[in-house]
Design a protein around this ligand. Structure first.
Ligand code: ATP
Length: 221
């Protein structure tokens, strides 16, 4: 059998919070991953411009993963400049890992339901498995209605009911992982900060200290 799979969690991490960290931890355990790479996006193609600059978002991600030997921050998208596509990132990671290494792209349910809008999304199945984590507000029983037809077809064809099947092939499967419901979002954290309220216990203390010291999210945006 090939080495244990590596998980990749992309995001704006604006800021990183316990929803991201717990997702990585639980999926790493359930899927027996060798490591999880957090990949902060540079200029995300699918969504509004981030509020904190790339250097701040990466610094917060580094603070958040410190002390967990499974977790690292991969800053390749920040260095790239211009639009950062997950397809390009995974192409690079695949070239480094070699053709046989299982890779797992980790997504919350909201991100997965939007997946068919991603650049070269079908080809991503040739580069990695996809692990979808439940997220409050995106209930599994309503995914059918929310999923565009082309994605629903891939989902039907690729769904694997045994999560550890991600060890058996380098890419191409979809697993859905029940995950502790954490109704935490970066949007809500930014709104709390802007309103002068504390987001403490929604994200690691060192990240909160960083937000305060750099005066992030409190301005007019
Ligand atoms: P924003 O509120 O700014 O949209 P976010 O909290 O959704 O941000 P992202 O950086 O966009 O954070 O998320 C990165 C990945 O983590 C996405 O795949 C997203 O679905 C997932 N994710 C974030 N928060 C949660 C959560 N609370 N539960 C499950 N998945 C989550």
């Amino acid at each position: 059998m090939a080495a244990a799979p590596v998980g990749i969690l992309g995001g704006t991490f604006d800021p990183i919070h316990f929803g991201h960290l717990r997702l990585a931890q639980e999926l790493a355990q359930t899927l027996r991953l060798a490591a999880v790479r957090f990949v902060p996006s540079g200029t995300p193609p699918h969504r509004a411009t981030p509020h904190a600059c790339a250097a701040h978002r990466a610094a917060m991600a580094r603070l958040a993963v410190a002390g967990n030997s499974l977790f690292t921050v991969d800053e390749r998208e920040l260095a790239r400049g211009g639009p950062a596509y997950t397809f390009d990132t995974l192409t690079e990671v695949r070239a480094e890992a070699g053709p046989a290494a299982p890779l797992v792209l980790m997504l919350g349910a909201d991100a997965f339901l939007d997946f068919a809008a991603w650049h070269r999304w079908r080809e991503i199945f040739g580069l990695a498995h996809i692990a979808v984590a439940h997220r409050p507000g995106f209930p599994v029983e309503r995914w059918g209605e929310s999923m565009p037809q082309p994605l629903a077809r891939e989902y039907g064809a690729r769904l694997m009911h045994q999560p550890l099947a991600v060890h058996l092939a380098p890419a191409g499967g979809i697993v859905v992982i029940p995950f502790t419901a954490l109704g935490i979002s970066a949007t809500a954290i930014r709104e709390l900060v802007r309103a002068g309220a504390s987001p403490r216990y929604l994200l690691p203390d060192p990240v909160l200290d960083y937000i305060r010291e750099a005066s992030l999210y409190s301005g007019g945006r």
